[in-house]
Design a protein around this ligand. Structure first.
Ligand code: TLP
Length: 351
């Protein structure tokens, strides 16, 4: 039985073309700035994001923390959405290692922070207050179901933040899902943010890595913080080579994942006992709930036994993420298995 793994797009394996590029990669010591493949990947990412420079990091988490360390001083305050990945899933690194206070503003269902809330949350100058230094956005938004921030919204937030003296950082782990969904270039979404990170190891299928992009000065300082975090890598061209293939060949195909996510969502709405937990499916993430009479734990266990893996965390709805290793016929098969599990559970509860 084929296991259909919908836990995350992080489970994707490198393509044969990536493995070949890794095998053949020209390398050097990147801590000396001498790895030509890393340098090429960084230049590519900077150009795609419309920024002066980029830094290859080990992960999205390392990019996010490096960005916070570079934008802030110990004791500053940063604003993030209350559903932000940076808040939920990064070990509180910004507070623990960056010494910043994390202030939250509620995310709406589309992953946005309201301008009024942001405005109200930014500290006034007062002897009692820390300096609010940084505002963080996330596009696409993971916990809000892969929702997309538009260029207009992003620009409005940047205008407000900049007027109030803050920098803006964009966690763009899945920014290419946003560009494909909106049909715009990445630059359109990043032109006014001060820094942005993209991930190579999610829908783009590379094995490792993220790129933090910003001004030349910002990246120079970020490089030192990455070193402090143990992220100075040596012959990293071996992994950067896969990243180059990812940026060159894997972006457009994300549309396929979005179609599969819609196909999955459509099928789920026809299954008794399941409701979608989001208004629409803009990208590759589908959140769904079980009706209250069915046991979440039993559903989860039975589904796993039936060879379908989905994500479940924090009592939130289930999460299914589509990606390159799940075809449209896998989606149909997953729906058949999910339907069967629901039917069994319904029969058992009605006995
Ligand atoms: N998200 C992972 C898990 O950590 C939850 C996933 O499976 O979706 N920003 C965003 C928006 C992310 O979704 C993630 C990964 C990260 C940052 C961190 O990236 P990594 O895992 O490379 O550190």
């Amino acid at each position: 039985m084929k296991v259909i793994d919908l836990r995350s797009d992080t489970v994707t394996h490198p393509t044969p073309e990536m493995r070949k590029a890794m095998f053949e990669a020209e390398v050097g010591d990147d801590v000396y700035g001498e790895d030509p493949t890393v340098n090429r990947l960084e230049a590519m990412a900077a150009e795609m994001m419309g920024k002066e420079a980029a830094l290859f990091t080990t992960s999205g988490t390392q990019s996010n923390l490096t960005a916070v360390l570079t934008h802030t001083k110990h004791g500053d305050e940063i604003i993030v959405g209350d559903e932000a990945h940076m808040l939920w899933y990064e070990m509180g690194g910004a507070a623990a290692l960056g010494g910043v206070t994390i202030r939250t503003v509620s995310n709406d269902r589309r992953g946005r922070l309201s301008l009024d809330d942001i405005d109200r949350t930014i500290r006034a100058k007062d002897i009692h207050y820390p300096e609010t230094r940084l505002l963080c956005l996330e596009n696409t938004h993971n916990r809000c179901g892969g929702t997309v921030l538009t260029p207009d919204y992003t620009n409005e937030v940047c205008d407000l933040a900049h007027t109030r003296g803050l920098k803006v950082y964009l966690d763009g782990a899945r920014i290419f899902n946003a560009t494909v969904a909106l049909g715009v270039s990445a630059c359109t979404l990043t032109q006014n943010v001060d820094s942005v990170a993209l991930c190579l190891s999610k829908g783009l299928s590379a094995p490792v890595g993220s790129l933090l992009c910003g001004s030349k000065d910002f990246i120079e300082r970020a490089r030192k913080f990455r070193k402090m975090l143990g992220g100075g890598m040596r012959q990293a061209g071996v992994i950067a080579a896969a990243g180059i293939v990812a940026l060159e060949t894997m972006v457009e195909r994300l549309a396929e994942d979005h179609n599969n996510a819609r196909r999955l969502a459509q099928g789920l709405t026809n299954i008794e006992g399941i409701t979608l937990a989001q208004d629409d499916i803009p990208t590759n993430i589908v959140m769904f709930d079980l009706s209250p009479e069915l046991s979440v734990a039993e559903f989860f266990k039975s589904l796993e036994r039936a060879g379908v893996k989905v994500g479940l965390r924090d009592g939130r709805p289930f999460r299914a993420v589509t990606h390159r290793m799940v075809s449209s016929s896998d989606i149909d098969e997953a729906l058949i298995r999910i339907e069967a599990v629901c039917r069994r559970l319904r029969c058992r509860t009605s006995e």
